[in-house]
Design a protein around this ligand. Structure first.
Ligand SMILES: Cc1ncc(COP(=O)(O)O)c(C=O)c1O
Length: 389
């Protein structure tokens, strides 16, 4: 790869750019995870996370990726053979389904087109038909990172309430927490799953479950085997500021800094900043004459924009060209969307000029790769950004 100079543009939809402040926090000397300083750190981050998840419930932090947190949500609340309602909104929803299947859960997987979020009406009818309440949980991916589509969690909750169904609601917020509106308690979510490497601006390596009282109660009778992921062991140890096994000490330094940064900016401002990025990116795509993968304007992600390339063109060849020429990494199409889309990540530690630079790289790359497009996408984006402070 030629040396292009300057910094690499890491515009995949996570892991995202880690701000220098957090890198410095991570580089502190590792501390004794059984000592008093660590206990203070653990208590501080466990408390701070409640503000981020908007919950008064229990937070569990694992030294894991998001996939571990998926598994934890399932094994702590369910028993072998239990029925769970899941939705094929994209690649990550499919992977979570696969975890559930491997654990012997009976998954009712509602098929989708990878261009829409969960339809609350389908949630309602499916639950209404489940007269014996065989379905024990409804699991939804909030921001489908593979498709750039957001599912409307508050509406899913309302649909569950209209059906009068007691299933738990589990939500994957791996690529939405810390950048999109999310309210665990108000929306009646029972288990929120998250990871550190997207809106939290941290490197990968922390997995989270935010747990409601109802989910905790379910865990006391759930029969799925569990050890490493056991909430109870965590909760008991966390009460004194410790963990049942070695925690990711340095990542927790970074987490404390990240929570501080989000608090300083203000969550509403963080959300507004991402809304601008989403809108500006979509304007660029439309001007290029390309198609945003998300079909419902109400559901477009402000964290990631998945862009469809015209039939007969290969999104991966385009990404390769852009990486080689401009040192810019874009997300690839996953699963069914492989080669069909490229994904622009615009979340986390990100600003207007980073977006302008990223979109410039895409526009130049489209020309170099011979993908048919109309010029002016970057101009549309910067006109929007300049006109909307
Ligand atoms: C929405 C979503 N859920 C789950 C995951 C899986 O997380 P991990 O790769 O950290 O295990 C990802 C990863 O990108 C994701 O985007």
């Amino acid at each position: 790869m030629p040396n292009t100079g300057g910094r690499h543009f890491l515009q995949i939809p996570g892991p995202t750019n880690v701000p220098d402040r957090i890198l410095r926090a991570l580089s502190q000397p590792t501390l004794d995870h059984r000592g008093p300083e660590f206990a203070r750190l653990a208590r501080e981050v466990l408390e701070g996370l409640k503000l981020l998840f908007k919950t008064s419930g229990t937070i569990v932090i694992y030294p894991s990726s998001g996939t571990g947190a998926w598994e934890a949500a399932l094994v702590n609340t369910l028993s072998p053979g239990d029925k769970i309602l899941m939705f094929e909104t994209g690649h990550f929803a499919t992977l979570w389904r696969n975890v559930a299947v491997r654990f012997g859960l009976e998954v009712d997987f509602i098929l989708g087109d990878w261009r829409h979020g969960v339809d609350p009406a389908v949630v309602e009818t499916t639950l209404c038909e489940d007269k014996n309440h065989a379905i024990k949980a409804v699991a939804v991916v909030h921001n489908e990172t593979s498709t750039g589509v957001v599912s409307r969690i508050a509406e899913v909750r309302k649909a569950m309430d209209r059906a009068g169904h007691p299933a738990l609601l589990m939500v994957d917020t791996v690529s939405s927490l810390g950048l999109t509106d999310y309210r665990q308690d108000e929306w009646g979510v029972d288990v929120t799953v998250c990871g550190s490497q997207k809106g939290m601006m941290l490197p990968p390596g922390l997995g989270f479950n935010a747990v409601s009282e109802k989910a905790l109660k379910a865990s006391s009778s759930a029969r799925m085997p569990r050890s490493y992921w056991d909430w109870q062991a965590m909760i008991t140890a966390n009460q004194t500021g410790f963990f049942p096994y070695t925690p990711s000490t340095n990542l927790l330094f970074g987490l404390r800094e990240a929570l501080q940064m989000i608090q300083e900016e203000g969550m509403d401002n963080v959300i507004a900043r991402h809304n601008r990025f989403g809108e500006a990116a979509r304007r660029a795509v439309r001007t290029w004459g390309l198609e945003v993968n998300c079909l419902n304007p109400q559901e477009c992600s402000n964290a990631v924009t998945a862009v469809r390339v015209p039939e007969g063109h290969d999104a991966d060849a385009l990404r390769k060209k852009i990486l080689e020429k401009f040192n810019l990494s874009l997300g690839n199409g996953l699963g069914k969307l492989q080669g069909k889309v490229f994904r622009i990540g615009h979340m986390g530690d990100f600003n207007d000029l980073m977006l302008a630079g990223t979109l410039s790289g895409v526009e130049m790359g489209l020309a170099l790769a011979g993908v048919p497009f109309k010029k002016g996408g970057v101009q549309s984006a910067i006109d929007y950004l300049a006109g909307n402070e």
